[in-house]
Design a protein around this ligand. Structure first.
Ligand code: NAD
Ligand code: ZN
Ligand code: ZN
Length: 342
């Protein structure tokens, strides 16, 4: 088998490996597909993941795979089943874990961040992190469960009520999933703001009511025309930049909620007029990873209610992970998958 090791300092090395033996509570997965996430790109470029990165390590936390071998103490799983892995591992003992806020765990670990992940032919995963995928589900779509699970946590937090208008800022993979989830949550109108023409067109194909070019159009004026009223009840920022976060706050209706879902640079500073936050009684919130939402993500994928196929634009073998990471940063791609050859 091969695995693509991240060695730190923008270096990936493909290594031949021996098949790992599953230890207590572990399963060995034959990886089908593993998405390249913005977090993988950040880590590759020297940034942080949801847990501390300790190279050499195989990255990749958005994957699906078939159970090849089962270790001692594993319950409820069978060889041959297709599973997705919820990468984030919580200690279950610290105060946030015991208060129902596991995503704030003081000792969080993650498959594909601080233990070997899915950019390999095979991967060892703790069985309790695996979610069984219903038969007949496309394994490539199952590999999208983790980003969808993160989006579900954001959608839950922002609490869209049927009939509300939603603006999604940023039409990468996350924005394109968010706009579909907003629709499922009952939004009356869903609008995307996105500078890349192809991504605006895709959003319309996936069910957005309108798509605005924030570079050549006035976002708030266009929003008024589309909604027939001032501002969106819910704005979901999926870029992670101060400017787009400021736009998101500006575009929110009175009593609106603003979800800052994008991951900003650790030193990024948000500068925005304070008075509208007071006057419009805005609620501004963040969202971190996917606590308890992976099973719902898998159920949604299996139900066929999300249009995910058009989001997968490129596929690379494990041996070309660096090309895959570079393609993920290009406007040409939406979601890049690393796939294992049959
Ligand atoms: N909160 C979480 O748990 C969580 C989970 C996964 C991803 N994320 C974050 O969500 C964000 C989106 O992820 P992605 O994979 O879709 O990233 P992406 O880089 O593919 O998408 C960002 C999009 O924003 C667009 N954009 C750039 N400038 C813009 C502007 N001025 N106005 C509107 N859109 C603009 C880009 O063209 C691009 O399409 C990232 O920051 C990612 O790290 C957060
Ligand atoms: Zn991710
Ligand atoms: Zn904990």
């Amino acid at each position: 088998m091969i695995g693509a090791y991240f060695l730190g300092n923008k270096t990936i090395e493909t290594r031949q490996l021996n098949f790992p033996e599953p230890g207590e509570g572990e399963v060995l997965l034959r990886v089908c597909a593993c998405g390249v996430c913005g977090t993988d790109v950040h880590i590759y470029q020297g940034g942080k993941g949801s847990a501390e990165v300790t190279p050499p390590v195989i990255l990749g936390h958005e994957f699906s795979g078939y159970i090849e071998k089962i270790g001692p103490g594993v319950e409820g799983l069978k060889v041959g089943q297709l599973v997705t892995v919820d990468p984030n591992i919580y200690c279950g003992k610290c105060l946030p874990c015991r208060q129902g806020q596991k995503q704030m765990c003081h000792h969080m670990g993650a498959v594909g961040v601080n233990r070997d992940g899915g950019f390999a032919d095979y991967c060892l995963a703790p069985y309790a992190q695996c979610v069984v995928v219903p038969e007949g589900t496309d394994p490539e779509l199952a590999a999208m469960a983790e980003p969808i699970a993160c989006c579900l946590h954001g959608i839950d937090r922002v609490g869209i009520r049927p009939g509300e208008n939603v603006l999604v800022v940023g039409g990468g993979t996350i924005g394109q999933i968010m706009l579909q989830l907003a629709r499922k949550a009952g939004a009356a109108k869903v609008v995307l703001s996105e500078p890349v023409e192809k991504r605006r067109a895709l959003a319309l194909e996936l069910g957005a009511d309108a798509a605005i070019d924030p570079i050549h159009e006035n976002l708030n004026e266009r929003l008024y025309e589309i909604l027939g009223c001032e501002g969106a009840d819910v704005v979901i920022e999926c870029v992670g930049h101060p400017k787009t976060s400021e736009q998101a706050i500006d575009a929110a209706a009175r009593c609106g909620r603003v979800m800052l879902f994008g991951v900003p640079h650790p030193d990024a500073v948000l500068q925005t007029k304070m008075h509208p936050i007071f006057q419009k009684e805005l609620t501004i919130m963040g969202s971190f990873v996917n606590p308890d939402t992976q099973t719902r993500a898998v159920a949604l994928i299996a139900s066929g209610q999300l249009n995910l196929k058009p989001l997968i634009t490129h596929r690379y073998p494990v041996s070309q992970l660096e090309d895959a990471i570079n393609m993920q940063t290009s406007a040409e791609s939406i979601k890049v998958l690393v796939v294992t050859e049959e």
